[in-house]
Design a protein. Structure first.
Length: 185
């Protein structure tokens, strides 16, 4: 028959203090899933920028060469230095707050010097004698009388009399830039 009585359930009370403690135990941490560097084949002077996923993570950055921290390189971006030539660079990102853990980017290719500038114009004769030639000086240039052996100075002495020579110049290599191609003769 319908209408049977049921046993009563005992009454219970939950305090706010217990509820708030339980909720704090359920805080969710999100892992950093990836970090990449904006240029995989950097040159001296390039600015590398780290990109992270998730992009809204609160993180700190540490740029490294061969897993050794670069002093002071703790921003999202790093400008490649002359001393980095020949070395690979990575960035390690460490999460804080709700973002947990650290992740390191793949290494870049070895850093190379800046691209060579264009070839300068042909050298100009400053003076000559029966056994020497002086070209117009330029501190940024190297000079050659055969297109393959280069010297810093613009004076060629010990030359054979009544002999034709062909002279070239180029922008000299520096610690951050390759030498230019040779000029026309």
């Amino acid at each position: 028959k319908s209408g049977y009585a049921t046993d009563t359930i005992p009454e219970f009370t939950v305090s706010e203090d217990v509820i708030s403690k339980d909720l704090t135990l359920q805080k969710i941490y999100t892992a950093l899933t990836s970090v990449s560097v904006s240029k995989s084949a950097p040159k001296v002077g390039d600015t590398l920028t780290a990109t992270i996923v998730p992009s809204n993570a609160t993180v700190s950055y540490q740029w490294k060469i061969y897993n050794v921290e670069i002093s002071g390189a703790t921003n999202m971006s790093y400008t490649v230095q002359e001393g980095d030539v020949g070395k690979s660079i990575t960035v390690t990102v460490t999460g804080s707050g709700e973002f947990d853990g650290s992740i390191t980017s793949n290494p870049t290719a070895a850093v190379v010097k800046k691209a060579a500038p264009s070839a300068p114009g042909a050298p100009e004769l400053s003076s000559k004698t029966h056994n020497s030639v002086t070209l117009t000086a330029n501190a940024a240039y190297e000079f050659s009388k055969d297109g393959s052996t280069w010297q810093e100075g613009n004076v060629f002495s010990g030359l054979a009399a009544n002999t034709a020579y062909t002279f070239y110049q180029r922008v000299a290599e520096t610690s951050e830039r390759e030498a230019s191609p040779a000029s026309s003769s």
